[in-house]
Design a protein around this ligand. Structure first.
Ligand code: 5GP
Length: 120
């Protein structure tokens, strides 16, 4: 079972405009903004506008349109930021073992340098 969504999490506050972010993209499905502690020259977080704790929650409850909207946006943002060539990485941490820190589903887009491999 999925933990309850905490409307006081930091990304919920960003979505409500209660704390600032450096927005790079927004549409009806997602908000995207620069990570506060970038791990690459481009490090953007893409979050659904819906209240989903994690990838687990998102894939269990989101509509096909929300899921498509999120992944279409990830691709569009990478192209807009000119990392699609020569490439980038998406990272998505889920839950305790996944090392997820903020309990609002998000996809990291990292690019702008050659990234080391996590999986050999
Ligand atoms: P996670 O470990 O949950 O996958 O990633 C959370 C990410 O959110 C981290 O990369 C962290 O630097 C970023 N982050 C945490 N708090 C804030 C914030 O207040 N603003 C922004 N822009 N990023 C944040």
């Amino acid at each position: 079972s999925v933990m309850a969504y905490d409307p006081q999490n930091i990304f919920a506050k960003i979505l409500r405009g209660e704390i600032p972010c450096t927005k790079v993209f927004e549409n009806e499905w997602v908000l995207a903004f620069h990570d506060i502690a970038p791990q690459a020259p481009v490090h953007v977080l893409v979050i659904p506008k819906g209240a989903y704790v994690s990838q687990d929650d998102f894939t269990a409850k989101a509509t096909d349109a929300e899921i498509a909207g999120l992944w279409r946006a990830v691709g569009q943002i990478a192209r807009d930021l000119e990392v699609a060539e020569p490439g980038y990485r998406t990272v998505q941490n889920t839950g305790t073992n996944g090392g997820q820190e903020v309990p609002h589903f998000h996809v990291h887009i990292c690019g702008g340098r050659r990234l080391g491999r996590m999986i050999p």
